[in-house]
Design a protein around this ligand. Structure first.
Ligand SMILES: C=C1C[C@]23C[C@@]1(O)CC[C@H]2[C@@]12CCC[C@@](C)(C(=O)O1)[C@H]2[C@@H]3C(=O)O
Ligand SMILES: O=C(O)CCC(=O)C(=O)O
Ligand SMILES: [Fe+2]
Length: 352
């Protein structure tokens, strides 16, 4: 079975796009990380106040959907059409298992830089510690560190904690299993809503369909948050992404006509983003949400994302339509197109 690593092998990154800054030793914002000038109209607003309440001036954010609601499937469809994202409550994943992973993320990111660098992602690799893979597409670096896990994290964990890697691996494994089960449940509901034919659903839940990836994200405190960027605007490549954020807000979703809208942490809820693959399969009926993360002066932020992907050899195409807006493309090929072209990837497979 092909793995995500194979998709990235042909698109190696330069080390400067992998090795993060040693944020622990930084007192002022370096020019390499300064996205805005103080007087910029575009600068990231308001996070230097470091408050965590909703300060959106009444602009509604993404819907909150209760998975136990008999109308959950239709509500998810509407949220995917209007926002490309929603918050999910009563999702069935144990919050204490999620908090255990958040704890492990803190344990990892709190390590001294030389320890974290032992698990540095290789230039052509998918897993390990490093900057976000989208870094080469932006003129400035992000105020962010990530740790990507595809399959078992044991080889990276052994490099960091040779005598104590099992705790990390166990917690990740428990989380992975629960996320996969939730992701499969949501896939079935969304595919039913889209009336996807049975033969296209065969991979869902099959044992060799385990092509999910976990991303631990860390946004250190920042001396000049208004001029920095935690994670630059992007859409996820996945079918959809399930995200847990700690109690420090920072995630924003772009909504036409409204601009950047905060997604405030909602204890017990998980955020679901529609990714590129679901956008393609739904023939653009579902939006893939453009999102970004802003940072704070005094509050660190952590998040844990689970990217749910079809198998790499699965061929993606708009299903159940005559006027397909995208050509057929294998999951592996699309990861390659995205790795090389980032924001242009969808238009490169567009039929118009
Ligand atoms: C499955 C994946 C999605 C992701 C690339 C990856 O292989 C693992 C890391 C993911 C991540 C997390 C931060 C934002 C993002 C755009 C990035 O640079 O790395 C996503 C990637 C993606 O969705 O394409
Ligand atoms: O940290 C967040 O809230 C968002 C992370 C994200 O967008 C990603 O991992 O793709
Ligand atoms: Fe994302």
């Amino acid at each position: 079975m092909a793995t995500l690593s194979e998709a990235y092998r042909e698109h190696p990154l330069h080390l400067r796009h992998i090795i993060p800054l040693d944020f622990s030793s930084i007192q002022t914002l370096p020019d390499s990380h300064a996205w805005f000038h103080d007087h910029d109209r575009d600068s990231v607003p308001d996070q230097n106040r470091d408050h965590d309440h909703n300060d959106d001036g009444g602009i509604p954010s993404i819907p909150i959907i209760d998975l136990a609601d008999p109308n959950a499937m239709e509500l998810m469809g509407m949220a995917c059409e209007n926002w490309g994202a929603f918050q999910l409550k009563n999702h069935g994943v144990s919050m204490s298992d999620i908090e255990e992973v958040e704890k492990e993320a803190k344990r990892f990111f709190d390590l001294p830089t030389d320890q974290k660098l032992k698990a540095l992602r290789s230039p052509g690799g998918a897993t390990g510690y490093g900057r976000a893979r989208i870094s080469p597409f932006f003129p400035k670096f992000m105020w962010h560190e990530g740790f990507t896990i595809v399959g078992s994290p044991s080889s990276d964990a052994k490099k960091i904690w040779p005598n104590d890697y099992q705790t990390f691996c166990d917690k990740i494994e428990i989380f992975q299993k629960q996320m996969k089960a939730l992701a499969e449940k949501l896939t079935r509901m969304i595919f039913n809503l889209l009336e996807i034919p049975e033969q296209e659903k065969k991979w869902v839940g099959s044992t060799n369909s385990n092509n999910g990836a976990i991303q631990l994200n860390f946004y250190p405190v920042c001396p000049e948050p208004n001029r920095a960027m935690g994670l630059a605007p992007h859409t996820d490549t996945s079918l959809f992404t399930i995200l847990h954020q700690n109690q420090t807000n920072g995630l924003q979703i772009f909504k036409e006509g409204k601009g950047w809208v905060h997604v405030n942490p909602n204890p017990n809820s998980l955020i679901v983003h529609t990714g590129d693959f679901l956008h393609i399969i739904s023939n653009a009926r579902f939006k893939c949400a453009l999102h970004r993360v802003v940072v704070k002066r005094t509050k660190k932020r952590y998040s844990v994302a689970y990217f749910h992907n079809p198998p790499l050899d699965y061929v993606i195409s708009p299903l159940v339509v005559n006027d397909a807006r995208f050509r057929r493309v294998s999951v592996k090929e699309y990861f390659g197109i995205k790795a090389k072209n980032f924001g242009e990837a969808l238009s490169l497979i567009s039929t118009s």
